[in-house]
Design a protein around this ligand. Structure first.
Ligand code: K7E
Ligand code: CUA
Ligand code: CA
Length: 639
């Protein structure tokens, strides 16, 4: 369904590339893209900016995105790192990358995936070195960000992780049992984020022991999952018909909804497109909680998680048919609608949340009676966001556009009134997926900035070989017209991002010595009789050697230690520097060991001293004029 072939080219020389970046591309923008937009917009009765008004708008908006040297951004942006597995912190509107938070990946700078602390957090799943994150979301209280946590899914290994925003580190991770591919993830908004809702995308047989591979079997299904946001343990699972794609929760705390594109339970593309309509499944959270409380649940395999059956006929769910292979599921920031984005249909379906009580009480017989409108927007609608002023913004993947439309007018048009609910179509570059307006998934949507996460960058940047970056574009939506103001190249498909006002995120300057992040290591040291802030000691237990030392710029507490070949060595370092920003690192050369130790942090890493001789270790974060001299030696006696 991509039109990338037609717009793409294959530059062979620098000169050709120059030309491409210059006149020829302008020609392309001026002619084909805008003509395309005009055709689509005319058909739908929308407006298109001329090249002149576009240029004027851009120069006006540019002053707004300029964040000068030393100045701070207004928003924290949290970007998923896609199949790269991390979360990135980006300042908006400057689009400067502030930090990376390793989550489902291995990171050699911080030692995430290498240190004992990170492995403890990752648990069993530390054996996986890959992840695929899509949906970062910040915890809420009363429908507003509380700045406590950020949650993110891992589609590749069916996990959900939590990031503590005070330290910007992952502190919990769970593998969701008995499902495959956690994709859609959203949080309960009201009264607070008690649950993390996570969709398992793929239908599998239960038990998945090879006794059947038939997806049509009644024991082949997938599940909607709720995780307790505080303990990060499973709360419940709901068996559904079809599959599950994206999800969102409402502003009453009663309902969550999810899109299904494979109602056919097919295993190939043709099969998954067979039905003209798939559906949105709505979950009644209170009824599910009541059923579990009443003991009306089962469990699967070794898992203790309560499982309830939410398939057709259940009191716990309702299935609302919508056209065709819907993708994004977005609750409007006014709390009125769940919006399902049609993908293979040029429409989005607006489900009126106020009618769901009647649907669950069987006062509405036809689930389609909950549809408030089904506006036609353009080709390939994937995700929708909101400005808090009654407008919605939807990505059109195939048209490579963002369409701004008015929700109330779409409802009036659906009732037969002649109103043009399409306000503007803006070209983006190219083929956008997610879209996110500042604070749009809270009740405080402020209509200032919009990010369109475009899947293809094509000719927008200097060429980087066959693999191109994606292009996350910043759009000013504070005025009547959307204005594209910045291209932001990103690596490995972020899919989605989220933004919070900078006052909503409060971070620590240095670590608290009592932080639970490294508490297991502190416990271990206590058993060894070690005072981490003062002692520099080697403890031997058979062939297990624990080396404890401090670090203070520019020296490690131990500049040498002795072990025997074959020993399992655990180096634990406590950074006793009190000064903000003076992080140290520890790298044992030729041993694959590397980690961060920030002020007042304790970090530890375990490796095998498998080679006899002298082995240097050094500090890897530049911490002092004598940083290069911050070294030590491990002496390994041959076996
Ligand atoms: Cu890529 Cu939200 Cu995983 Cu849509 S999802 S684009
Ligand atoms: Cu310590 Cu560099
Ligand atoms: Ca389908």
């Amino acid at each position: 369904m991509s039109d990338k072939e037609s717009k793409n080219s294959n530059p062979k020389s620098a000169a050709e590339q120059q030309e491409k970046l210059g006149l020829s591309r302008r020609g392309f923008l001026g002619a084909s893209a805008i003509t395309g937009a005009a055709v689509a917009a005319t058909a739908l009765g929308g407006t298109v900016m001329t090249r002149e008004s576009w240029a004027a708008a851009v120069s006006e908006s540019k002053t707004k995105i300029h964040v000068g040297p030393g100045e701070l951004d207004d928003y924290y942006g949290f970007w998923s790192g896609g199949h790269q597995g991390e979360v990135r912190v980006v300042g908006v509107p400057s689009m400067r990358e502030l930090m990376r938070i390793p989550v489902f990946n291995v990171d050699s700078a911080t030692g995430w995936g290498l240190t004992n602390e990170s492995k403890h957090i990752m648990g069993e799943s530390a054996k996986f070195q890959n992840g695929d994150c899509h949906h970062p979301h910040i915890s809420m209280t009363d429908g507003k960000y509380d700045g406590k946590y950020l949650f993110i899914n891992d589609k590749a290994n069916s996990r959900v992780a939590r990031i503590r925003l005070d330290i910007m580190k992952c502190d919990k991770m769970i593998t969701v049992p008995n499902v495959q591919a956690i994709h859609g993830l959203r949080l309960q908004k009201v009264p607070y984020t008690k649950y993390v809702f996570a969709n398992a995308e793929f239908v599998i047989p239960h038990p998945n022991d090879g006794s059947t591979f038939d997806l049509q079997d009644k024991n082949s299904y997938t599940m909607f999952n709720a995780i307790d946001a505080e303990t990060m343990e499973m709360a419940f699972q709901v068996i559904v018909d079809g599959n599950l794609d994206n999800t969102d929760a409402d502003y009453t705390g009663k309902y969550a909804a999810a899109t299904c594109y494979n109602s056919e339970k097919a295993y190939d593309i043709g099969g998954m497109m067979r039905n003209e309509r798939d559906w949105v499944v709505v979950f009644n959270i209170q009824r599910i909680e009541a059923a579990i409380k009443a003991g009306k649940f089962t469990t699967l395999g070794d898992s203790k998680t309560p499982v309830v059956d939410g398939r057709e006929g259940s009191l716990l769910t309702r299935y609302i048919p919508v056209p065709k292979n819907p993708h994004g599921c977005n609750t409007s920031s006014d709390g009125k609608y769940f919006i399902a984005n049609g993908k293979l249909s040029p429409t989005v379906s607006m489900i009126e949340i106020a009618k769901l009580d009647d649907l669950f009480d069987d006062k509405l017989k036809d689930p389609r009676d909950t549809i408030a409108a089904e506006p036609e927007l353009g080709l390939g609608p994937l995700h929708t966001t909101f400005d808090g002023r009654g407008n919605a913004y939807t990505t059109l993947f195939i048209d490579s556009q963002v369409v701004k439309w008015n929700m109330a007018e779409a409802v009036r048009a659906y009732k037969g009134e002649k109103v043009n609910y399409i306000k503007q179509k803006l070209d983006v570059h190219y083929n956008p997926g997610h879209i996110h307006a500042s604070l749009c998934e809270t009740s405080e949507a402020d209509g200032k900035w919009l990010i369109a996460l475009s899947k293809f960058s094509k000719d927008r940047f200097l060429p980087t070989g066959p693999l191109h970056p994606e292009n996350d574009q910043l759009i000013d939506i504070s005025g009547d017209e959307m204005k594209l103001v910045h291209d932001g190249p990103t690596f490995a498909e972020p899919h989605d991002c989220t933004m919070a006002r900078r006052d909503q995120i409060k971070t620590r300057k240095i670590w608290d010595r009592n932080d639970p992040f490294f508490a297991p290591t502190v416990e271990r040291a206590k058993k060894d009789g070690i005072n981490l802030e003062a002692d520099n000691k080697v403890i031997r237990e058979g062939n297990k050697v624990r080396v404890y030392m401090t670090s203070m710029a520019p020296a490690f507490g131990l500049t040498e230690f002795n072990v025997n070949q074959g020993d399992e060595v655990t180096v634990t370092i406590t950074n006793i520097d009190q000064i903000e920003d003076v992080s140290h690192g520890f790298v044992m050369v030729n041993h694959g060991a590397s980690m961060e130790i920030s002020p007042q942090q304790t970090s530890s890493i375990t490796f095998i001293a498998d080679k006899p001789g002298l082995h240097w270790y050094y500090c890897s974060w530049f911490c002092h004029a004598l940083h290069m001299e911050m070294v030590g030696r491990m002496m390994v006696k041959p076996a």
